[in-house]
Write a protein that binds this ligand. Structure first.
Ligand code: 3PG
Length: 220
């Protein structure tokens, strides 16, 4: 397991993308859901978990998962600036995912040893992230930004970049994205829907993770 083999300083963006075909994008409204949700996803074979910094309990959710579910590798999503990255690190996040990219965020994460999947949706944003040494990138919002056709087009000039498309990905269209040779994994919120959390249906969440784990993926 990456967690046992490496520490925060050496988890790489590539390892984040290679761990499973899907990174769950998690929004926790009720702190009590954090640990059982993480356990349910891990039981289904998905342990690289992105908890978005979109709710008041997000940082505490990361902390609880980091402390109580050692099989999971928990990261922070919706990291928009250095303060978010610092707070996420303090809470125990092992990686960060950002919806967009700024050089100050990229440099902060590099200096802090925090693996970052920076978000991009245009050629110029890709070039900026590449200038700062990032070659594994989140493509966001994926479907709304042109989806599979856009990723194919970006593959011409940016053949060395691996993408994690996120935004509008579903179990139905994930395979089309994973079949692209410049896609390492996808991200999606469908693995942790709020209605299942509210019902406490963690068994179904484990099933969703099992189904996601066997989605076809291309070689990085
Ligand atoms: C997000 O950051 O909200 C992700 O893009 C998740 O999008 P989804 O809900 O379409 O999977």
């Amino acid at each position: 397991m990456i967690r046992q083999e490496t520490n925060l300083k050496s988890l790489t963006s590539l390892q984040i993308m290679q761990d499973s075909p899907v990174i769950p994008v998690i929004v926790i409204h009720d702190l009590a859901h954090a640990v059982p949700l993480a356990r349910a996803l891990v039981a289904g074979g998905i342990r690289m978990l992105e908890v978005t910094l979109r709710t008041p309990v997000a940082l505490e959710a990361i902390e609880r998962i980091a402390n109580e579910v050692p099989e999971a590798i928990v990261g922070a999503g919706t990291v928009c600036n250095q303060v978010d990255a610092a707070l996420a690190t303090q809470a125990g996040a092992s990686f960060a995912v950002s919806p967009g990219y700024t050089t100050s965020l990229g440099q902060y994460c590099r200096n802090a040893g925090l693996a970052l999947l920076p978000g991009v949706s245009t050629a110029s944003e890709i070039m900026r992230a590449m200038e700062d040494g990032y070659t594994e990138l989140k493509f966001f919002p994926a479907v709304q930004s042109g989806g599979v056709a856009m990723l194919k087009a970006l593959g011409g000039p940016f053949g060395k970049i691996s993408f994690c498309p996120t935004g509008g990905i579903t179990p139905q269209n994930a395979g089309e994205f994973l079949a692209l040779n410049n896609v390492g994994c996808v991200g999606g919120s469908w693995l942790a829907p709020n209605e299942l959390l509210l019902r406490g249906d963690f068994v179904r969440i484990t099933e969703l993770a099992q189904e996601a784990k066997v989605l076809n993926r291309s070689a990085l």
